[in-house]
Ligand binder design. Sequence first.
Ligand SMILES: Cc1cc2nc3c(=O)[nH]c(=O)nc-3n(C[C@H](O)[C@H](O)[C@H](O)COP(=O)(O)OP(=O)(O)OC[C@H]3O[C@@H](n4cnc5c(N)ncnc54)[C@H](O)[C@@H]3O)c2cc1C
Length: 486
Amino acid sequence: MRHTRSSQNTLETDVLVLGAGLAGLRAAMAAKETAPDLRVTLVSPHARPAGSSFANRNNALGLQVPQPHEADAFVAEALRLAAPGLAVPELVQALAEDAPACLEFLLSLGLAFRCDPDGSLRRFPGCFSSIPRAVVFDGLAQAHAAILARARALGVEVVHGFEALALTQEEPGARVSGAVLSALRGPLAGRRTLAVRARSVVAALGGPAPLFARRICGPGGSGLAYGLLASAGARLVNTTFLQWFWVETRSLAFVNPGELVWPSQLAHLAQARLAHCPMAHGLVLDDAALDLDLISRQGPGGVVHVEHRQRGPLDLVLAAHAGNGGALIDIHGRTSVAGLYACGECASGMHGANRLGGGMVLSALAFGARAGKAAAEETATVEAAGKPDQDRDGSWPNVGADRGADMGAKTGQEASTGLLRWLRPGMQRFGLPGAAQNPARQAFVARLRSITDVAQDDFRAGRRERLLARSALAILEGSSVQDGQS
Ligand SMILES: Cc1cc2nc3c(=O)[nH]c(=O)nc-3n(C[C@H](O)[C@H](O)[C@H](O)COP(=O)(O)OP(=O)(O)OC[C@H]3O[C@@H](n4cnc5c(N)ncnc54)[C@H](O)[C@@H]3O)c2cc1C
């Protein structure tokens, strides 16, 4: 079924999915599988493989797949890594239940899984686990092509070249009824918006690593997710927790701190050390003292001079990899805001201070499928996406006076480039454990607040900047799953 274009810059659909990584594609497909007659629209800023799912530098992804008899051990291990009270057991249990179906889904696409000589899937221990439960596939561009083709074959309509800059609501916290998209390319880039009205919306917007000066997420991420979700009034949790890697300054090659020369009081921690580091703020994970020591020795640009046991002197920096936080969801992928679902790296509750290697791909697929299904089912209870309300002084609720309007002399992305030049080094400096006491951090936070305080209803006054600043504040000041519990 085709979309109805009620006017030049509006689009109506039933289920709107924002973001086309593994989570968004899986959600869009699940919505179509659940209700083939529904209109399902997937917004993807880039036509090429992008984001951490399809453009990450490893060109491979691992997926935790506990066998049914391993489910309890998997849940216990994931909850232990998350740290007490920081993950919701029900959500972790859902991961264990859905893992076989997630693997089945990827196998059905004919992806290039690593196999043993007898043809069976090779099992690896994911990071932070000694149990070989994870499987790995290579070739992310091929995976992207295969999944996109399957989604299109199901009838998912893909809108390329736009990014979401607002979720449409009467007011923050009220039901979400669509999104406002901004064009990224072409002569109208950043100046033209497209208002999409939908009966349910799935946010699959990726993680926060693009907000940091040093990052190893795939290109094509925006870092807007936390800002968009927070602006809509969704409850965010665990946003202070990111996964990091120490990398060589020039090549960005991973360096395992366990392979460095350490003073005797820290050497015992280096023995079982991984390159991956969760860096949980305020929580002492087993070997966090190594990271804190390196951080305390950072010089300009965050560079640390170290001595590698085999390779001699090296310069390292800490690179943001992925976030563990996001909108708190329930087992159906519902956020705290009606009509709004979340999945993938912008959703949380299943991960805490740390997570199992291979756990993020599992949660992107598992909660992508759950969110897409529930979003499709919910449409039966919501009035059809009709003609956008034309009687509100030409404005969209909670978005302001912009529907296809000129956003000003600079495009949204150009304008935010200036902000990012300041924001990313600041996040690199103040978004790390141990930075909380730094007096300069307060000034940084105050400036971020001053950006977010600009009138919310003025869509043209740097909406993208406000969302980026809000995302950054979510990391610097975020609350955890525990904070909302009475
Ligand atoms: C190097 C590397 C290796 C990794 N290896 C593993 C692994 O082996 N196993 C594992 O479990 N995890 C791994 N991860 C993490 C995992 O890849 C990601 O967490 C996961 O793929 C995220 O999927 P996603 O769909 O949520 O986000 P992404 O794949 O990042 O997709 C987000 C999508 O949202 C789009 N988008 C962004 N902003 C907007 C907007 N405003 N409007 C519309 N669309 C928007 C982006 O363009 C993109 O299409 C790795 C990450 C990295 C960086």
